[in-house]
Design a protein around this ligand. Structure first.
Ligand code: SF4
Ligand code: SF4
Length: 429
């Protein structure tokens, strides 16, 4: 509990006005006070005051949160709800430990030993035994009920060749690869687990778009998971180890920018790394310099590389019938990084695309905060509203900017019978 004491002042900033309840996706589904930010803040205060135990109801409500930030955005008193809830999770995880499966994945697979690629290569060979093709969307369905997964969840297929192992990627230089004879912006691409293991083609499209816009692109092979899954589950020590390893890998390259096409990874690299490493005086300046170079792909293309200037160079995709595309704002891009205009600008300029806004584009898809792992029914119920918005928009394609959201939205479209393709924005360029 000592780890939480410093948060008392933050929780006391809450005036109990209830504004946050109108924007909270977990409250919308569950309708319980404890599912809202106001309820959670009250519970945390009660726990700190010794009025409730840190188990049972308290623990359930601390975990029932997508960490989407909608409450923080809407709070007139500026309460750092997400910071408080993340700290409460960390304290809870330290007391209770993580579930066995989550702990095994965090400590044995995702930590800097890089066992993950070998384990997933093995799993990619096995997936045909457990999963079958789905005719509805690009995904796989379990052949029979599986632990954690159940029997109806649409799962993303593991890539046959992971992004970091692709010949095109391996052929790129390891460190600063720019041609010294011409003035070029030197970009390091951070793939993240979603692009690396599930959507390598999105990584290739990202690199191609960056190169077409004039950047020199490098992909450091030793990069690892950003640590956000561990952080969301409350395993701060593991997340810190990952942040440090990535900092060392990217510092070696002498890059102008570090670019990612994953909203969650971008948030981790820009903000979470500073929280995890910034307290250490020896690391503070280093991590600040690192984070200042991080850009989301859309930010990099639109703001730094002036993407529109190469629109005319993309040929052969502009003729014929246009497809209608709508856009889902990932919480980690929209709220956490303030990026809304840039992906829409990319879509509006993409050849053959007619952009159409849907209702509630900023509503959370239900993936965040580890909910899709720890409370799948709640997670997919949150996504129901998004599926309805997409259907009502009449779009042929749903684009977004986060591989995690793509996985969740493909599952949601399948579950709620909405016949649209779900892709990354860069896949449409
Ligand atoms: S909006 Fe802010 S002040 Fe109002 S109840 Fe929610 S957390 Fe408290
Ligand atoms: S972070 Fe999102 S899910 Fe969690 S309490 Fe706030 S609005 Fe609700």
């Amino acid at each position: 509990m000592d780890k939480l004491k410093g948060l008392t002042t933050e929780t006391e900033k809450c005036a109990r006005c209830g504004t946050c309840r109108s924007t909270c996706p977990t409250f919308r589904v569950l309708g319980r006070e404890g599912a809202s930010a106001r309820g959670k803040l009250s519970l945390i205060r009660a726990y700190l005051g010794g009025e409730v135990s840190g188990k049972g109801v308290y623990a359930r409500h601390i975990k029932e949160c997508a960490l989407c930030g909608a409450c923080k955005d809407s709070c007139p008193n500026g309460v750092d709800t997400v910071g408080v809830f993340a700290a409460a999770r960390s304290e809870l995880a330290a007391r209770e430990g993580l579930p066995f499966a989550a702990s095994f994945i965090m400590k044995s697979l995702l930590e800097p030993g890089r066992l993950m690629p070998a384990a997933l290569k093995f799993a990619s060979r096995l997936q045909g035994l457990l999963l079958k093709d789905s005719s509805v969307e690009s995904g796989l369905l379990p052949r029979f009920s599986l632990p954690v997964v159940g029997d109806s969840r649409l799962l993303p297929p593991l890539a046959k060749v992971f992004f970091l192992d692709m010949p095109e990627v391996r052929a790129l230089p390891e460190t600063n690869g720019k041609d010294a004879s011409i003035k070029q912006i030197n970009v390091a691409f951070y793939a993240g687990c979603g692009v690396n293991y599930l959507m390598p083609e999105t990584g290739l499209f990202s690199i191609r778009a960056l190169k077409r816009a004039g950047a020199s692109v490098t992909v450091p092979a030793s990069q690892i998971c950003c640590g956000m899954p561990a952080y969301s589950m409350g395993d701060v020590a593991t997340a810190r180890g990952m942040a440090l390893k990535n900092l060392e890998v990217f510092e070696r390259g002498g890059f102008d920018f570090i670019v990612t096409s994953c909203a969650t990874c971008g948030y981790a690299l820009k903000t979470m790394f500073k929280k995890l490493l910034g307290d250490d005086a020896a690391l503070k300046d280093r991590v600040a310099a690192f984070s200042s170079k991080v850009r989301d792909l859309s930010e990099m293309l639109v703001n730094e590389l002036r993407y529109k200037v190469f629109k005319g160079e993309v040929s052969g995709k502009g003729s014929g019938k246009k497809i209608t595309v709508t856009y889902h704002d990932p919480c980690h891009l929209n709220r956490a990084q303030g990026i809304r205009r840039e992906p829409r600008e990319m879509l509006a300029n993409a050849p053959g695309v007619e952009f159409k806004e849907m209702k509630f584009p900023c509503a959370c898809c239900g993936l965040g905060g580890g909910l899709s792992t720890t409370n799948y029914e709640l997670s997919i119920e949150i996504a129901r509203r998004k599926a309805q918005s997409v259907k009502d928009s009449g779009a042929d394609v749903l684009a977004t900017a986060c591989p995690g959201c793509i996985v969740q939205l493909r599952d949601a479209m399948h579950r709620y019978g909405v016949d649209v393709k779900v892709v990354h924005v860069v896949d449409l360029l």
